[in-house]
Design a protein around this ligand. Structure first.
Ligand SMILES: [Zn+2]
Length: 246
């Protein structure tokens, strides 16, 4: 039987690994794309010359030696991250290890414009902008992919999720989620856990537990629409993280 302390370690280490995967993805896409900054400096940047053209990173490109518990995940499934310029959402997990992140939708254009002015170094300008734009989305989608992997595809098989996906309208480019649908979406367990993943490393563990929980409430998108039971689960997770890290 797994001891509580090991579970605690796993939750914390898992989050560190998700952050590490995001670091590696940011590094990878920077290496492949920073040369574009030169062109953007000369002629400006707009949505037509982002030119990511489905830039892809596959599991073989990750360095699993830097991971403590997600190395099997990276080695055993064909994980892929695609950067594109679509507009439907910041990112999406499509199943089977396939992640798509839209740099454009994540706000990359204004961030790179800004960073080009402050960094003479093209690589640094690209990396800073790309990290600021896409890091949270990458961590969020990696969490989905890992949950899919460790649950053998059952990560969205709870009652709420089943109901939601049964009634889901196919998402087109001009689709805007009505507020009542968005509220249901925000309450799906695998979605709120994946929204916790990117903000967990910013929880102030050097302050009081109350501050840590306040940070959760302020930073978790959709906190107010969650039912009390879900809020309690998240508070419990953040408290565990707090005691493990402080
Ligand atoms: Zn999600």
């Amino acid at each position: 039987m797994i001891k509580l302390i090991d579970l605690l370690h796993e939750g914390v280490n898992e989050n560190k690994d998700l952050q590490e995967l995001a670091n590696q993805a940011i590094e990878y896409f920077t290496k492949r794309n920073y040369q574009k900054v030169k062109k953007w400096r000369e002629s400006g940047i707009n949505e037509n010359n982002l030119d990511f053209n489905e830039d892809i990173m596959l599991s073989g490109e990750f360095d699993s030696s830097k991971l403590s518990i997600l190395s099997n995940f990276v080695e055993d499934i064909r994980l892929s991250v695609v950067i594109d310029n679509s507009i439907w959402s910041n990112g999406v997990y499509k199943g089977n290890g396939k992640i798509r992140v839209s740099a454009k939708k994540c706000g990359f254009i204004s961030l790179v414009e800004y960073n080009i002015k402050f960094h003479d170094d093209d690589k640094k300008a690209f990396k800073t902008a790309f990290g600021a734009a896409c890091r949270e989305t990458l961590v969020h989608e990696f969490q989905h992919a890992y949950d899919d992997f460790r649950s053998s595809g059952k990560y969205a098989s709870d009652k709420k999720s089943k109901e939601y996906y049964k009634n889901k309208v196919p998402v087109g480019t001009d689709y805007k989620m009505p507020p009542e649908v968005r509220n249901i979406y925000l309450q799906l367990p695998h979605e709120y856990w994946a929204r916790l993943a990117p903000i967990l490393s910013n929880i102030p563990t050097h302050k009081s537990l109350l501050d840590a929980i306040k940070s959760l409430k302020n930073n978790l998108v959709g906190w107010d629409v969650l039912d009390e039971k879900s809020q309690r689960r998240l508070i419990k997770a953040v408290s565990s993280y707090y005691y493990k890290e402080k």
